[in-house]
Design a protein around this ligand. Structure first.
Ligand code: PHE
Length: 450
């Protein structure tokens, strides 16, 4: 007999797992550095507009397709439409998930290195001015970064193998609430730094002259990445929701919590950047240089450092398990592989590609394609191209292609909730989101001029 399909056991688990997927390195590592490179508050403003006008409706689209079918992405599309062309869109998500898992694991691996350095006390013993050299030295060392990437992927593998309830759900329930508490503590600390005013002004006082096509595209890409959107990650999690779940309510809560964490990360980082004389436009290394400087200045700094990198590691792993679930559910349900075997395939592919990404900070630094290293290329293709493309596809499918009644029944739980909100979401999903994504796309790729 076929095994019964898993279902999350409580509303808390639904929120903890989906927020666990959304909140991760995207909020704490990528958001501050992208905000820094792209001029601060103006980026934040466009980012928030993208979350509200594009993010929430596309989450609702993925949620209704997933929860309504209780299947993996390909199975879901097959159930909802007969055209093979429609089914083929499942590959956007599968490809994006493996590319993201590869480069994401490298950054998550850095977290482990820093965790060990924090535990050994080495981090707080380094003078603040040396953090930049320290990072570059470590990231470019040929074997260390690769080794941590592989170790991280192994941790991910052991959780994935345990399955949806015992693995994914249990981890997220415990770890996500702790992460929130610790971020708030760091935020309070940052108000006591000398340059808190400059930091907050950078984050909250927009300079509109900083807005360029690439800033807008970057903000949209970041919104998709941070919300885990457009690659069917939320679709697959929704396939484990119960029929009582309020989809619009959960979608809004996830969007709000995810944005709050990104803003909190900004409030922690920017005052510190200015106080310790770091460069705001430093790029991907920013967080890994500034946080150690914060710890070095705190009393009991090593303890805070251990706690922080531990939680960053957990935030990363609750995200990687969600992206892995896309391919694993696909392989088990479509190809009939066992969960264990599917997890192995997923891990091995990510290990191969992840090693290349790790090496692009060292020996492969000069190996570029379209002017980008392998790491940058994977990041650019997935965030700025595949995820928005997936977003358009899901919005169009849910808004125009799939039976309207099916989507309405999902979003209103057969007419019992959200009757007033439904028309708003439906409008955003059918018109606003697809048009906005398309315009930003063309504008960002400089094919359109205003
Ligand atoms: N949203 C995650 C983060 O912010 C990253 C992620 C992307 C997770 C895509 C799943 C799918 O870190």
């Amino acid at each position: 007999m076929k095994e019964k399909r898993a279902q999350f056991s409580s509303r808390f688990a639904v929120i903890a797992t989906t927020v666990g997927s959304a909140v991760g390195l995207g909020n704490i590592w990528a958001f501050p550095y992208k905000c820094g490179v792209n001029g601060g508050a103006a980026f934040l403003l466009i980012y928030i507009a993208c979350v509200l006008l594009i993010g929430i409706p596309v989450i609702c689209a993925e949620f209704s397709i997933g929860r309504g079918t209780h299947k993996n992405v390909r199975g879901a599309l097959r159930q909802l439409h007969s055209s093979r062309f429609v089914h083929s869109f499942s590959f956007i998500g599968l490809l994006a998930s493996i590319l993201i898992l590869s480069f994401y694991s490298v950054v998550a691996g850095w977290t482990l290195e820093y965790l060990i350095e924090a535990i050994s006390g080495q981090m707080t013993a380094t003078p603040a001015a040396d953090f930049s050299n320290h990072f570059s030295g470590f990231a470019s060392s040929p074997y260390k970064s690769v080794a941590w990437t592989l170790i991280f992927l192994l941790c991910n593998y052991f959780i994935m193998r345990r399955g949806v309830k015992r693995g994914i759900e249990r981890m997220s329930n415990i770890l996500m609430p702790i992460l929130f508490v610790i971020l708030i503590i760091f935020c309070v600390h940052s108000f006591f730094l000398p340059e808190v005013g400059r930091g907050l002004k950078f984050l909250f006082h927009p300079d509109f002259s900083k807005i360029t096509p690439s800033v807008v595209l970057g903000a949209m890409g970041q919104a998709f990445f941070s919300l885990s959107l457009g690659l069917s990650c939320l679709l697959i999690y929704a396939s484990y929701f119960s029929d009582k779940e309020n989809l619009i309510g959960s979608a809004s809560l996830i969007a709000v919590l995810d944005t709050v964490v990104a803003v909190l990360a900004g409030v922690i980082i920017f005052p510190a950047v200015f106080s310790y004389g770091a460069n705001v436009a430093e790029g991907p290394k920013l967080v890994y240089e500034v946080f150690p400087a914060i710890f070095a200045s705190m009393s009991m700094g090593w303890l805070w450092a251990v706690l922080f990198f531990l939680l960053l590691f957990f935030a990363a792993i609750t995200s990687t398990i969600s992206m892995s679930e896309i391919t694993i559910a696909f392989m088990t349900e479509e190809w009939g592989l066992s969960r264990k075997r599917a997890s192995q395939v997923n891990t091995l592919v990510a290990m191969a590609l992840g090693s290349l990404c790790a090496l692009s900070f060292g020996v492969l630094r000069d190996f570029t394609i379209f002017g980008m290293t392998i790491f940058d290329l994977f990041e650019y293709i997935s965030s700025n191209i595949l995820l928005p493309l997936g977003g358009i596809v899901f919005a169009l499918l849910a808004g125009w292609v799939i039976d309207r009644r099916f989507i309405r029944d999902q979003l209103t739980n057969f007419g019992s909730v959200n009757r007033r909100l439904y028309p708003v979401i439906s409008f955003l999903m059918r018109f606003v989101a697809p048009v906005a994504i398309l315009l930003i796309f063309l504008y960002g790729l400089k094919l359109l001029h205003f």
